[in-house]
Design a protein around this ligand. Structure first.
Ligand SMILES: [Zn+2]
Ligand SMILES: [Zn+2]
Length: 340
């Protein structure tokens, strides 16, 4: 039960002024307008009496809230990973005429390992930073997060699939390479990429979990499926299909393509990327091996909003510390100890 200010909510059982909110369904997202009301009681007697009636609704709202937390955790994970192992020589970010422009000046960075910490000297808003971290990361995210996502979703009874869509960006992005006179030498924009989303069905409701939508200015990470397709999708390009990817699935495919492996530089870049992904996979495996519950995701995803935010922050800082040890290795500060 939550004992915060009640704002004249009345008891769901007897109608008297309520004093405690049902913690099972508090702050659940709406699927349809008004379908996630706060349920509150005047005392525990009333709560007990009302439970047989409230039970079914409470369970579905609780599942929705868990799904929202899974989405938050996955997005936090991707952005934390990208912040530690960023792979483009970003030298500036400009928001002009409604387009977010990522400026790359390769001459400023003659040689850097490819998996580097995100530049800390860029003066950008938190929203633009998220967008830049997630730019063109749909495939990476889908693979990187596969085992973690399946692990977390196993804790709620659900069906899930992946779909690739042509999105309707709110804030389109453009990657721009600068030349000697600070002009664009070439560019690449978001119209050229498909967007990958996770479709999840729980208790008869269809949802879209959108981890990388922040690259297009999408703020919501959990949206009812119909709403999402009406507002954000121009067309479906592939899917829905089964979500079977793991941390290096895309790299395994790239490894077989000659054009991506015909120089030492390309092979070294691929090796760096693979090492980063495997280092991440190790974190996921070690972290979740510690949870011995039969419903493994429950421990991480349960509790009040404040408790969950605390667990999320700890998860994020542990992941960053883990990935930083990889970056140190990539920079040559540490030797990899194979006997570990
Ligand atoms: Zn009552
Ligand atoms: Zn409830």
């Amino acid at each position: 039960m939550d004992h915060r200010e009640m704002n004249s909510v009345s008891c769901a059982n007897c109608g008297k002024p309520a004093t405690t909110k049902c913690s099972g369904c508090l702050a659940a997202p709406e699927y349809q307008p008004g379908d996630a009301p706060t349920t509150a009681y005047c005392d525990s007697q009333c709560q007990r009496e009302q439970w047989p009636t409230h039970k079914a609704q409470c369970r579905i709202l609780n599942k929705r809230r868990t799904l929202l937390r899974i989405a938050e955790l996955l997005k936090t994970t991707l952005l934390a990973y990208r912040e530690c192992v960023y792979d483009i020589p970003l030298t500036g970010v400009k928001y002009e005429e409604g387009i977010l422009r990522l400026l790359l000046d390769p001459r400023k960075i003659p040689y850097r390992p490819w998996q580097i910490p995100f530049p800390s000297d860029l003066n950008i808003s938190p929203q633009h930073k998220e967008a830049v971290l997630a730019t063109n990361q749909c495939t990476t995210a889908q693979c990187l997060l596969g085992p973690l996502a399946r692990y977390l979703l196993a804790g709620i009874k659900s069906t899930f699939k992946i779909a690739e869509v042509n999105a309707e960006p709110i804030v389109p992005w453009k990657i721009v390479w600068l030349n000697d006179s600070k002009e664009e030498s070439r560019s690449f924009d978001c119209a050229a990429v498909t967007h990958t989303i996770l479709l999840v069905w729980i208790g008869g409701e269809g949802w879209v979990v959108d981890i990388t939508g922040c690259q297009f200015g999408f703020q919501e990470i959990l949206v009812p499926l119909n709403t999402y397709f009406k507002k954000r999708v121009r067309s479906i390009s592939r899917g829905p299909f089964a979500y079977t990817e793991h941390e290096t699935s895309d790299l395994d495919v790239f490894d077989c393509q000659l054009a991506l492996n015909d120089t030492d530089k390309k092979r070294l870049k691929a090796a760096h990327e693979r090492a980063g992904r495997l280092h991440f996979a190790k974190f996921v495996k070690e972290h979740f091996d510690r949870y011995e519950s039969t419903r493994p995701s429950e421990e991480l995803l349960s509790g009040t909003s404040e408790e969950f935010q605390g667990k999320l922050a700890r998860f994020e800082s542990n992941l960053k510390a883990h990935m930083t040890s990889f970056v140190d290795f990539a920079f040559g500060k540490e030797r990899l100890n194979w006997s570990d």
